[in-house]
Design a protein around this ligand. Sequence first.
Ligand code: ZN
Length: 173
Amino acid sequence: MEKALRFLTSGYDADIDVVLNDALFSVDYSEMVIVKDIDFYSLCEHHMLPFFGKCHVAYIPRQQVIGLSKIPRLVDVFARRLQIQERMTNQIAETIREKINPLGVAVVCEATHLCMSMRGVEKQNSFAITSAMLGAFRDNARTRMEFLELVKVRGLVAESSMPAAAGLVCVND
Ligand SMILES: [Zn+2]
């Protein structure tokens, strides 16, 4: 159990720069880059029960891109901690902004929380969606819509705007 917990919380010790391992490249490309359906597994910090699902990441480069295979590793860094889904979503987006200063970053996470489904009989099929929209994704409804249509978040009709936060599922009880 100790070994498992060390692994599941190994994100605290991860060095982002080591994870990215210089996989930042200067390119002349300014279209949207999307990595969708990244599986993640995390633990809620209130109950230490798993929450897990898919994470979709997009950004619009200014000068630099991140090696595509590094994006799921970045998600793992923040998922392998005691988390709340909202914070994890923001941390992924903010880290990409910090590292490559893109024109915009969007992160959407959809997850099932065992602290909901194991404890509440009527909530077994519910899931939570959280999003972080920075730069162009925040300012430009068409950009945001293009992203949401491309990732097709389940249960979410991609309209011109995203619900501010569909999360807040892991209540402190
Ligand atoms: Zn919880």
